[in-house]
Design a protein around this ligand. Structure first.
Ligand code: SF4
Ligand code: SF4
Length: 216
């Protein structure tokens, strides 16, 4: 490399006052090798790109890109993919949420609102578990914070709606005590009395607008 090339490069970097502009300065190596060097550099880049293509061709199971939407009925996302926050219910329709509110505290952007009420015995039970998908970042902090394994993330990925209000979900199907309490009530009629059905969406009636009592 000529001394003049080096000094020119330094001068132009200094003029740009930072590394951000340095990328547009002609590399001294490229200046030195000129056209032939550029051709070899381009060929090397092409071979590297084709090597990736060839690898996916011989090992299609390693392809990360998913086809969509023709295969929407059979498409399964990766296990670690997070989309909908759900509250799993057992075959009897019971969940584990005790309305303790730990997940609500753990959520960094207030996407969860746990609304509780008092049951017949005066104990705090879940009335409405509101989750706002439109502000959720799918960080999974709520799932990890829950001491009763009452939450999980599933991989359902078609959640687009035209009305943002439909992105506010009520995760509990019924309002009432957790499964651990309900299962102790042997009389099924009495058990059902403790379970008031909930709607799957809260619509715009979330976070204070819902006509609910916090119940302590
Ligand atoms: S995934 Fe994260 S942002 Fe979304 S509700 Fe849970 S804690 Fe909040
Ligand atoms: S989901 Fe878990 S952490 Fe959240 S209120 Fe229910 S029991 Fe508590």
């Amino acid at each position: 490399m000529k001394e003049s090339d080096t000094s020119e490069l330094k001068t132009r970097r200094s003029d740009a006052n930072g590394a951000g502009i340095a990328g547009i300065v002609l590399s001294p190596v490229r200046r030195h090798h000129g056209f032939i060097g550029g051709v070899f550099s381009g060929l090397l880049s092409l071979v590297q790109g084709m090597a990736v293509t060839l690898k996916y061709f011989v090992r299609p199971s390693t392809v990360v890109t998913r086809q969509y939407p023709e295969n929407r009925k059979t498409l399964k996302m990766y296990e670690r993919f997070r989309s909908l926050l759900i509250m799993p219910h057992d075959p009897d329709g019971c969940h584990n949420c005790t309305a303790c509110g730990i997940c609500e505290t753990a959520c960094p952007n207030a996407s969860i609102s746990v609304v509780s009420r008092k049951d017949a015995a005066g104990k705090k039970v879940l009335k409405n578990y509101v989750w706002r998908m439109d502000s959720c970042t799918f960080c999974n902090a709520c799932v990890q914070a829950c001491p009763f394994s009452a939450l999980s993330m599933n991989g359902y990925f078609e959640n687009a709606v035209y009305d943002r209000r439909l992105l506010s979900y009520s995760l509990n199907r019924y309002s009432g005590p957790p499964a651990s309490v309900l299962k102790k009530i042997e009389d099924l009629t009495e058990r059902v009395k403790m379970m008031e059905p909930c709607l799957p969406y809260s619509g715009q009636s979330v976070f204070g607008e819902t006509p609910v009592d916090s119940g302590g």
